[in-house]
Design a protein around this ligand. Structure first.
Ligand SMILES: Cc1cc2nc3c(=O)[nH]c(=O)nc-3n(C[C@H](O)[C@H](O)[C@H](O)COP(=O)(O)OP(=O)(O)OC[C@H]3O[C@@H](n4cnc5c(N)ncnc54)[C@H](O)[C@@H]3O)c2cc1C
Length: 475
């Protein structure tokens, strides 16, 4: 059964919800409703009749019980930085978790941290740092993206190569289920074989199975980093360089990010003060980071690996950051690409992954296919090459008159996705499914997987009130 949110909401529901949430726990103000209905990219507009801002697990549970009783649909929301139209309400009430930010517990000897779902990622990183530990998840939106959103999208970022995605960093969860019951699965245990591992059902579920209210996360020893900005002549060299560096320094390679030369030009057009750390006509740069207990060890290992790579020609040139400020300059370029691309003009963006070994062929054949559709498109392929994850954009400068890029968007996306699949890849590497890729994925993934997902959704949320229409449709 599928319920759409009654519009307007039943007055008895609204009254009871306001009572449960208290005066600072809700809003019907048009600006506030508009803010939570507008996603980061602003590519589509949502709408919501009511914003709930619970401040505790108990309030969240009481609110969800009311929603279940009245058949009112919910969109859980964290920082609203998601990129697949999953956390923006489309008629549902919006349940913003941003008032729940407390660090509930930190156990340095157990290397674990329990933190509430509305805390931004930086809060987890800071809490770990203050306990002389390290929480490794790191991404461009870390000041705003929340723990609940990161778990719900199984976020990736720039340290996946070494530490894995958010799912791999999860020890336990507390979740309000679609009928309002609280599942207390917070636990610092690394071994706990007691049946289905429920936390993994909620990781990547994009709020369709319940509202996460807190998470227990893995911490790690602090490390010191050495960062290099490497110039490469071909994508084949980039892939071989990754294997070479890993052969030399093992799993201490934390980040291995690919940056095309045209992305640096876009960043510099947008931010004229940004300097290319090592200007060159070569088409590719790699931002490589190695982390070890001591900085001198990390630096020595990286230097040795790069010296060999320069000798064999895998690297055309390389500079190692001599200070934290140098390293931060490297990262400024990498992290500015999404925004500078927006300033440059129109862009059709994709989040794909292929096995690392197949990246060079993927890049060649996909560029050919896209340019056949729009010969004037500018391709910007950047990102987490160490994980086989590319953010693949076809761009068009703002000043182009009568450009055809946006008109051809469906064909371009079909071509990029078809090449990713043909290379044994995925059309959703780290950003998730949302409403954006739901129907396409229902066609692509094995039918048995879609049937199992629907069965899980229907078992946990028979009324279909929890973020309906995201990930998998049950209508
Ligand atoms: C500049 C920029 C850089 C980015 N870089 C990366 C990157 O490198 N890697 C990456 O993976 N992503 C990246 N993202 C995407 C985004 O930041 C992540 O998807 C992030 O996990 C979303 O977190 P959020 O709190 O903003 O969630 P929202 O956008 O608010 O919601 C995302 C999904 O999670 C659900 N949700 C949110 N909170 C809860 C909760 N408490 N319980 C249940 N469901 C919930 C929502 O319903 C929605 O389905 C980037 C985004 C931007 C804008």
């Amino acid at each position: 059964m599928s319920l759409s949110t009654p519009s307007p909401l039943p007055p008895t529901f609204v009254e009871a919800a306001k009572d449960v949430l208290g005066t600072s726990g809700w809003s019907e103000d048009a600006d506030a409703l508009n803010a939570v209905s507008t996603p980061w990219r602003g590519l589509y507009a949502g709408e919501t009749p009511f914003l709930a801002k619970p401040s505790s697990t108990e309030d969240t549970s009481a609110l969800v019980r009311l929603c279940a009783a009245h058949g009112v649909a919910i969109t859980p929301q964290g920082g609203n930085t998601g990129l697949v139209d999953a956390g923006t309400p489309h008629g549902e009430i919006c349940v913003s978790m941003t008032r729940m930010q407390a660090v509930r517990a930190i156990d340095p000897f157990n290397n674990s941290l329990t933190i509430e779902a509305g805390a931004p990622l930086v809060a987890a990183q800071t809490a770990a740092d203050e306990a002389d530990r390290f929480f490794p998840l790191s991404l461009g939106s870390e000041g705003t993206a929340t723990i609940g959103g990161l778990v719900s999208t199984n976020a990736g970022g720039v340290a996946v190569l070494r530490y894995g995605m958010m799912r791999d960093l999860l020890l336990g969860l507390e979740v309000v289920l679609p009928d309002g019951e609280i599942w207390d699965g917070l636990s610092g245990l690394r071994k706990n074989n007691t049946g289905y591992d429920l936390k993994h059902v909620f990781a990547g579920a994009e709020g369709t199975l319940g509202i996460i209210t807190a998470a227990t996360l893995k911490l790690f020893p602090k490390t010191a980093r050495a960062s290099a900005w490497i110039t490469c002549n071909t994508a084949e060299d980039v892939v071989a360089l990754l294997a070479h560096v890993r052969a030399n320094v093992g799993d201490t390679v934390t980040s291995f990010e690919i940056i095309p030369a045209n992305a640096i030009r876009m960043v510099q057009l947008d931010m004229p003060n940004v300097r290319d750390p090592n200007p060159s006509d070569a088409p590719w740069r790699v931002l490589c980071e190695v982390s070890m207990a001591r900085e001198d060890q990390a630096r020595d290992n990286l230097e040795t690996a790069l010296a060999d790579a320069l000798e064999t020609g895998l690297a055309a040139d390389a500079v190692i950051a001599s200070s934290l400020s140098d390293a931060s300059d490297f990262w400024t370029i990498r992290e500015s690409i999404p925004l500078s691309k927006r300033a440059f003009g129109a862009a059709i963006n994709h989040d794909v992954s292929v096995p690392v070994s197949r990246i060079p062929d993927f890049l060649k054949t996909t560029e050919k296919a896209v340019l056949e559709i729009d010969p004037s498109a500018e391709i910007v392929a950047f990102g987490h090459v160490g994980d086989g994850n590319l953010h693949y954009s076809a761009c068009e400068p703002a000043e182009v008159e009568n450009g055809v890029l946006m008109e051809r968007a469906p064909d371009i996306t079909a071509a990029v996705h078809a090449r990713a699949m043909a290379h044994g890849g995925s059309i959703s590497a780290e950003h998730g499914v949302g409403r954006l890729k739901r129907d396409e994925l229902a066609e692509i993934r094995p039918k048995a997987a879609t049937r199992a997902m629907r069965a899980i959704k229907q078992a946990l949320d028979p009324q279909n009130i929890m973020n309906p229409g995201r990930v998998v449709s049950v209508d």
